[in-house]
Design a protein around this ligand. Structure first.
Ligand SMILES: Cc1cc2nc3c(=O)[nH]c(=O)nc-3n(C[C@H](O)[C@H](O)[C@H](O)COP(=O)(O)OP(=O)(O)OC[C@H]3O[C@@H](n4cnc5c(N)ncnc54)[C@H](O)[C@@H]3O)c2cc1C
Length: 428
């Protein structure tokens, strides 16, 4: 049994996912000088998928991770595999970012589960679907429209009426929704470790405890220095997600890192069979999102954000328990057995953005839905760094747009939450 953590360090994965993971991976730090065709910075799913894409294109690869593989958002996520973006439906994605990117998003969950199969990743992968229940009648009508749009984009979807959602969740409270049969859930930390194992077995040199402190362009590529070594490579890919820092300062100012907290019940025994009996994952239509999935031992893992952070370790588990009890009154006295948090990279337009300089590329903007997207973006990031023409990239590179008054926005962004809640309650 895990005891509630009073706080969670930023260089460690979720205590629950680490405890449940049967995958293991660890490597020493980089010492001395090393050369490769490509250097990737960041040992989350985005960096590992990019390293794999470089290998698949015949490049030798070094990957540097500041802490340990999976210590960032990839090892802290709720674990829902979602082949959609946060805000934009298929028509909006095609209109803003183009048909190739829509195709990439539509195939992203397939890519994640293909990696599970390719490397035999032991991450409790369950592919019984991902559901979006609607919290208002208007949202239920929009959900039916989204299901139809995604079906036209080639995704296996269906609209659900209120009775079908009630049956699938095991509780009433929603007005309808839609189901994406290609989605599901994983232990995201185990997936990240398994992906690292696979990438290393293919020949990538992965170094943990090796923060890239400086990147410097040279005549024939890049030099990246870490506390005890350096890498020289022809091309460089930055996959530091919400943890992006001073390496590319404008990149770090182009998104807002938002803290999202997770809390898990203990194993619920036979009660778990009545909750999500089909073992789907779900995230509803609220702006202050409610979501959950089960793990292999019958815990419910859910989460939320907080407008004010002090006391999060006490307040967040209480909030999650209250919300769970609204759906499942029998859980009203259930204690949360694990608690953790992580950082999400939110962009102003809620879309991912790809940027490049000669021999270098980066992307940010998972907006809380990145597990599948990171898998699909690996090839795009590798191709962008290798200089593939813009018209051939599924996501077109853009100039970085920094957010005005970024430091102030970063500090105050979460204060928008009460307004989201107010709007959620009034939506019809
Ligand atoms: C609490 C939470 C719940 C979530 N739930 C879901 C979900 O259910 N479904 C979903 O699809 N998405 C979810 N997400 C989003 C998803 O986890 C992320 O989009 C995804 O994991 C991002 O992966 P990444 O590789 O880009 O970033 P990360 O996993 O954060 O990896 C970036 C890595 O870069 C490293 N790094 C940073 N700077 C340096 C440096 N200078 N040198 C070397 N390394 C460096 C960091 O240590 C880190 O390990 C969630 C996110 C959070 C935080």
């Amino acid at each position: 049994m895990l005891s509630p953590a009073p706080s969670w360090p930023l260089d460690a994965p979720s205590p629950l996912w680490a405890k449940l993971s049967r995958e293991r991976f660890s490597t020493p730090r980089l010492e001395g000088e090393i050369r490769a065709d490509a250097v990737v910075i960041g040992g989350g799913i985005a960096g590992l998928a990019t390293a794999l894409a470089f290998l698949d294109r015949g490049c030798s690869v070094v990957l540097l991770e500041a802490a340990t593989v999976g210590a960032g958002a990839s090892g802290r996520a709720n674990g829902q595999v979602i082949g959609t973006l946060t805000r934009h439906g298929p028509e909006a994605i095609a209109a803003t970012l183009g048909q190739p990117f829509l195709d990439l998003v539509a195939g992203s969950a397939d890519q994640l589960f293909a990696l599970v199969a390719r490397f035999g990743i032991d991450c409790d992968a369950v592919r019984h679907g991902w559901m979006q229940p609607a919290h208002s009648p208007g949202r239920a009508r929009r959900a039916a429209g989204l299901a139809a749009q995604w079906a036209r984009a080639g995704a296996p979807t269906e609209a659900l009426d209120a009775a079908a959602v009630t049956r699938r969740i095991g509780a009433p409270g929603y007005f309808g929704g839609w189901l994406h049969r290609g989605g599901g859930h994983i232990n995201p930390y185990a997936f990240t470790l398994g992906l690292a194992r696979g990438v290393a077995a293919q020949g990538a040199h992965v170094f943990e405890h090796s923060p890239a402190g400086r990147i410097r362009p040279e005549a024939d590529g890049w030099c990246v220095t870490t506390p005890a070594g350096s890498v020289r490579a022809r091309v460089l890919a930055l996959a530091t997600g919400a943890h992006s820092g001073p390496l590319w300062p404008q990149l770090a100012r182009s998104f807002v890192p938002v803290t999202s907290y997770q809390a898990a019940t203990g194993p619920l025994g036979p009660r778990a069979d009545r909750i999500l009996p089909g073992d789907e994952a779900f995230s509803d239509t609220r702006q202050d999102l409610r979501y959950m999935r089960k793990d292999r031992e019958g815990r419910i893992i859910s989460g939320a954000a907080l407008a004010l952070q002090p006391g999060a370790a006490l307040r967040l588990p209480r909030l999650v328990r209250q919300r769970l009890a609204l759906l499942f009154p029998e859980l009203r006295d259930t204690d949360m057995s694990a608690f953790w948090g992580g950082r999400i990279a939110m962009t102003v337009d809620r879309l991912p953005h790809l940027h490049r300089a000669p021999g270098m590329a980066a992307w940010v903007g998972c907006n809380g839905r990145g597990l599948a997207l990171c898998c699909a973006m690996g090839g795009v990031l590798a191709d962008a760094a290798l200089g593939r023409p813009e018209a051939e990239l599924a996501l077109r590179p853009t100039q970085i747009q920094t957010i005005p008054l970024h430091a102030a926005v970063r500090r105050t962004a979460r204060l928008i939450l009460p307004w989201y809640r107010w709007r959620d309650r009034r939506e019809i």
